[in-house]
Design a binder for this molecule. Sequence first.
Ligand SMILES: [Zn+2]
Length: 264
Amino acid sequence: MVQRGFEADATFANENMITFKIGPNGDAVFMVPEGRIRASSEFADAAMRGPWQESQERVIALPEFDKKTFGTYLQWLLTGVVHTKAGCADGNKSIEARLYSEILRLPNLSVLGHYLLDNDFRDSINDALIECTADLHRNGSKFPASYGPDFYDKTPDQSPIRKLVVDLVVWDMREFHVLRLKTDRDTMHPDYIMDLLLAVSSRLVSGTPGKSPLDGWDTSCKYHCHGDEKPCYRKKADTPRVIPTKRPASDEAQSPDAKRQASG
Ligand SMILES: [Zn+2]
C-alpha cells in the first residue's frame, strides 16, 4: 500500500534551509531544514541566533567531520533512525563481526552529537551502543575493552557515554583484564585507564558486582544527557521537532563555542 502524507510536509517546501559544509575543504554540502536542526542542536540554534558569520551567511562549516558521519546524523534528524547497521555487502560477516563494525561507527557520531550540542542524538547513540552490546551478549560475546579509548577521544569528562563505556567494560572485567592495563597504558587514553581503575576499585570495595548496565536499560535514563528538566527523546517520537526561527533580541545571543563549554 502506498504511504500518503500531508501536502504541507512535502520536501520542506515551507521551511528555511541552512547550508552545512562538511570536511576539511567543505566539499560535502548538505541543505538542512532550519527549524528541525535548531530544535535539536543547541549549537546550530546559537549559530543562527547571534551576530555571527554563520547567521549572516546561513552557512555552517564542520571541517573536522566527514560526509558519512554528518549524513548519518542528518538521516537521524529527519527520521529518528540511527543508520549504523552493516549493509548487504557485509552479509557474509558473522553477527558478531557486524556488531563490532557497527560499534566502531558510534564514537564519531557521539563526538558530532557533542559538537552540535544535540542531546537527543547523543542519547540515541548511547542507546545504540547498549543495544549492540546486548546483542553481543546474546551471541556469547561482549564489548571489547580495547574499543573504549575511541569513545574517550574528544568527548567530555564525566559524560554519559564515557560512564556507559566504563560500566560495560568493568561489568565483564576479570583480574587478568586489569593486569593487561599495565601493558596497554602507553596506547590507551589516560582518562580511560583512570576511570576503569576507579570503577574496578569501587566494585572491590563494595564487594558486589553491582547491577549490569544492560539490565532495564530501555526504561532507564541513567546514560542519557537530557537531565531532569528536559524530556527524553524516547518520549518525543510523536511530537513535532520544530521551533520558531524568529530572531531573538541580541542580548539573548551566546556564541556556539561558549554554549558548548558551558554544557560540558
Ligand atoms: Zn532519557
